[in-house]
Write a protein that binds this ligand. Structure first.
Ligand code: SAM
Length: 278
């Protein structure tokens, strides 16, 4: 396999990736793209990036595109990632959302291998128990979505290695919400999992008609991969499916500067949350 992708081939490959999933790639990350694509190309029998780019122009299938997306997406996640958004949920946001409601809808958008939706479910479970019996009857559903069927299947299995549970979970939560299996892996308990629905959603061409209105949207560590126009489009759609008094939380290293939107921010502890301007 060649040890460089020419600018011409890179333009075709990155243009194709942007077309199918919106991920925007610069030539200065050429080595990264090569690193991510090389095993897929070897598996498919391509001996050069120019043959691969010609193939993209003519022969792609849906299943091939899915494999390409799986290779190119960054699926890094962990339980209670950054912690402070979850503190904001348990300290302020959940109390506001659960008050006077019978049902809450939450979207974990770009959920990767599932640590985020399961962390949200754990926070809610703890919150409801601590405030019992005030919110015992409030129902909640978490829609957990991702473009990559591989990570979604992993998330839906709810089974994590010792290393994965060691990232973000203390012994108490591990004992409370997971069952240790004979092979040393940990499986999420069904009473928590039953609140979560896993669905495949591509932000690039998402149909928001399929969604309910949400009270909380966690869109963390996803926008960074897109260009400004697509970010604005996604944020507009998010705005349309967020309740007037709902909350949007994005990743710690992300912001909405330079995008057109109708949100104001509200600082809760160390978290910037976004509220609709109404
Ligand atoms: C870095 S992970 C973030 C996981 C989790 N939200 C967190 O903060 O820990 C980014 C996820 O976004 C997903 N993603 C990338 N492009 C997407 C698209 N066009 N539509 C939906 N999901 C996408 C990737 O598959 C990946 O799992």
């Amino acid at each position: 396999m060649e040890d460089i992708i020419t600018k011409t081939d890179f333009k075709i490959i990155s243009g194709f990736i942007k077309k199918i999933c919106g991920i925007s790639l610069d030539y200065n990350k050429e080595y990264l793209i090569r690193h991510r694509l090389c095993s897929l190309l070897e598996k498919k029998g391509f001996d050069s990036y120019s043959r691969f780019s010609k193939f993209l122009e003519t022969n792609c299938t849906t299943s091939f595109n899915e494999e390409l997306i799986s290779s190119i997406t960054v699926n890094e996640s962990m339980f209670f990632r950054d912690m402070h958004p979850f503190d904001a949920l348990s300290g302020t946001i959940l109390k506001e959302l659960f008050r006077d409601r019978k049902k809450i809808n939450i979207w974990s958008a770009g959920c990767s291998t599932g640590q985020e939706p399961y962390s949200i479910a754990m926070v809610i479970d703890i919150f409801v128990k601590e405030n019992s019996p005030e919110f015992d009857d409030v129902k909640y559903t978490i829609i957990a979505s991702d473009i990559d069927p591989k990570v979604l299947a992993y998330a839906e299995s709810g089974i994590y290695s010792k290393f994965e549970v060691s990232r973000g979970l203390d012994d108490e939560k591990l004992a409370q919400y997971f069952t240790k299996q004979n092979n040393g892996y940990y499986k999420i308990k069904s009473f928590l999992k039953e609140h979560i629905k896993f669905v495949k959603v591509n932000f690039k061409d998402m149909d928001i008609e399929i969604f309910p209105m949400f009270h909380l949207i966690m869109l963390r560590n996803v926008l960074i991969y897109f260009c400004g126009d697509l970010k604005t489009k996604i944020i507009k759609q998010v705005e349309n499916i967020l309740h007037e008094d709902g909350y949007l939380i994005i990743g710690s290293s992300e912001n909405l500067y330079s995008l057109q939107h109708n949100f104001k921010y509200e600082i809760i502890g160390n978290t910037y949350s976004f509220r609709k301007i109404v």
